[in-house]
Design a protein around this ligand. Structure first.
Ligand SMILES: Nc1ncnc2c1ncn2[C@@H]1O[C@H](COP(=O)(O)OP(=O)(O)OP(=O)(O)O)[C@@H](O)[C@H]1O
Ligand SMILES: [Mg+2]
Length: 353
């Protein structure tokens, strides 16, 4: 066996076997001492190699773990972006669908409404005609009236016509609302006092609801921004009305409204926070509340368009955003973000969601 030069390990362990192995006093005659030393040095080299590989393996393991963590983070970001894209696409498709339905409904509902008004006029005439006829007290007329149960028919006619008219008016209102946000319209961008607008919206909604509640307004005396005052008013009214509806069953109904300036290097923004101490929004509803026609309110109290329209106005038309959170202390908190100066060409002449 040729004697190979022992390799010196390049690491600090250096507890080479040659230094640790005690050679037996008497070695078998056929194996010389030098051969034993060679074997041990060889084992020493193998051991050094092993340690070197282990160190390299640990390094690689660490790098792999770091890469895994990075991959995991990127994956989470991707999932978040995907959720946002799906939400944006869902809102866009819903917008197109709603626009289509609104257009289709517009014509038939205007017939129904027109006919309901005509029916109302005819009904008034018929009612007075039959009242006069009754005064004649003619036996044949009386018999025919009885046979055809005209008394019941005449009694029913008024609420039937009234109900048809009311229903038609409600559908017309819904369709008009939808069309307003799905057809291009030109509005003027102008500077306005946001703080005054918030105070005015609060007074307006509270007065029309005639509700006693605590109001905490954290607003500056005035805060001028440039944008669509009418649209912002509409969003605020929607949010405040929802908050008022939410606090209805609460013992001490309270509303908080505040404004914060958001410093941003490229775009200056303001955040308007509308918070209530109502029951909050169950987690399972949180993703649906911005969908059209999602409502938990009884019929006649809500149709589920308020937040859908507010979201479209905030994002598509005002260049901002509208989000919701249900803080652990309870209630619901809506945040409306608006740029302090909207770019006019962003929306003028086009408002398709
Ligand atoms: N502040 C709030 N607290 C609790 N739930 C809320 C709040 N705001 C909205 N919601 C929930 O979101 C749903 C949708 O609200 P949205 O304003 O779109 O419709 P709506 O108020 O039901 O009807 P409307 O079309 O008259 O506004 C509500 O029915 C309610 O369940
Ligand atoms: Mg509402």
């Amino acid at each position: 066996m040729g004697r190979s030069k022992p390799r010196k390990p390049s690491y600090s362990h250096n507890q080479a076997l040659t230094h640790q192995v005690v050679l037996p006093d008497a070695l078998p005659e056929e194996v010389g001492e030098s051969a034993w030393i060679e074997v041990i040095q060889h084992m020493d080299n193998i051991y050094a190699d092993l340690v070197e590989h282990q160190v390299a393996l640990e390094d690689r393991n660490e790098a792999l773990e770091a890469a895994y963590r990075e991959l995991h983070r990127t994956h989470e970001e991707l999932k978040q972006t995907q959720r946002q894209l799906i939400q944006a696409e869902k809102m866009a498709s819903l917008g197109r669908l709603v626009a289509g339905v609104a257009h289709e409904l517009n014509n038939p509902i205007s017939f129904i409404q027109g006919n309901a008004f005509a029916l109302e006029r005819h009904n008034t005439r018929l009612q007075s005609f039959f009242a006069e006829l009754e005064k004649l007290n003619h036996p044949v007329v009386n018999q025919l009236r009885e046979q055809n149960r005209l008394n019941t028919v005449l009694q029913d006619l008024n609420p039937l016509v009234e109900g048809t008219k009311e229903g038609a008016e409600r559908v017309t209102e819904i369709v008009q609302n939808l069309l307003r946000f799905t057809t291009p319209q030109t509005r003027a961008v102008a500077p306005f006092d946001l703080a005054a607008l918030i105070r005015h919206s609060m007074q307006w909604v509270c007065r029309s609801n005639q509700i006693e509640m605590q109001q905490h307004l954290e607003l500056p005396d005035s805060l001028e921004i440039t944008g669509y005052e009418g649209l912002v008013h509409q969003i605020l009214v929607n949010l405040i009305q929802n908050a008022i509806d939410a606090v209805e069953p609460v013992k001490e109904p309270t509303l908080w409204v505040s404004v914060q300036q958001i410093e941003h290097p490229t775009a200056q923004q303001v955040a308007i926070l509308v918070r209530d101490n109502g029951p909050g929004i169950p987690r399972k509803h949180q993703a649906a509340i911005f969908d059209p026609f999602f409502t938990t309110k009884p019929p006649g109290k809500g149709i589920g368009l308020g937040l859908y329209i507010s979201y479209l106005l905030a994002t598509e038309q005002c260049g901002g955003n509208l989000t919701v959170e249900c803080p652990p202390r309870g209630g619901a908190e809506f945040t409306l973000i608006l740029p302090t100066a909207i770019r006019p060409n962003r929306v003028d002449g086009g408002g398709n969601p």
